[in-house]
Design a protein around this ligand. Structure first.
Ligand SMILES: [Zn+2]
Length: 213
């Protein structure tokens, strides 16, 4: 992979808000005696072997401590994931823009006090009348025992496509903690599952070796 492509993948998983500066950086990770470069958010991470690209880390968060040891080896076809994602219904959602009454703050000054903005109900954003078609984000994706946000699985697919991977492996899954996926023996992706809710809608990914799962 080219350097630009590796950076693109790292950026997909890097935290970009300002409230947790420790998560904004490229991180050093040691896992199974190998050196990796990583980016993370509170919900997912990517770690890429340094044999592909030597990267100087800029942060000191000890992500290594949060990466679990393998406890399974479940093979999953990338085409199966693409096929199931394509079955999720599409929905039209209105695009949003900043509320012009409160400049996106959700509050308006009334004399000495401020009160919530009635134009946007205190949300700060309003619909702009333009619609886009997206996969319904309420529909989960089930892999073995875990349910995932489909946007996170879309990122996993982007990494599969960037590495031309036909199959990936789920190598850790336990309780409702982070699931670990191995791609090409060079990249690991961790994704937090959703807490299952009642009557939740989901599509199920068929596993290639369910007997050994
Ligand atoms: Zn407003």
């Amino acid at each position: 992979m080219e350097k630009d492509e590796i950076i693109r993948l790292l950026e997909l998983f890097r935290y970009k808000e300002n409230d947790r500066p420790g998560l904004n950086n490229y991180l050093d990770v040691t896992w199974n005696s190998n050196k990796y470069v990583a980016t993370t958010t509170p919900h997912h991470f990517i770690i890429i072997k340094k044999s592909i690209y030597e990267f100087t880390p800029s942060g000191f968060l000890n992500l290594s401590a949060h990466i679990p040891s393998p406890n399974c080896e479940v093979e999953i076809s990338v085409n199966e994931i693409i096929n199931k994602v394509s079955q999720i219904r599409l929905v039209e959602v209105e695009q949003e823009c900043e509320c012009s009454y409160c400049s996106g703050t959700g509050e308006v000054k009334e004399g000495f006090y401020s009160s919530y903005c009635r134009n946007c109900d205190g949300y700060g954003f309003v619909g702009n009348g333009q619609y886009e078609t997206i996969i319904d984000e309420e529909v989960r994706i089930k892999i073995r025992d875990s349910l995932f946000n489909n946007g996170f699985i879309a990122k996993l697919l982007e990494v599969c496509q960037a590495t031309n991977s036909k199959n990936i492996f789920l190598i850790h899954q336990k309780d409702e903690r982070v699931n670990l996926f191995k791609i090409n023996n060079e990249i690991l992706i961790g994704i937090m599952p959703m807490r299952p809710a009642k009557d939740e809608e989901f599509v199920t990914i068929d596993l290639k070796n369910p007997a050994s799962a």
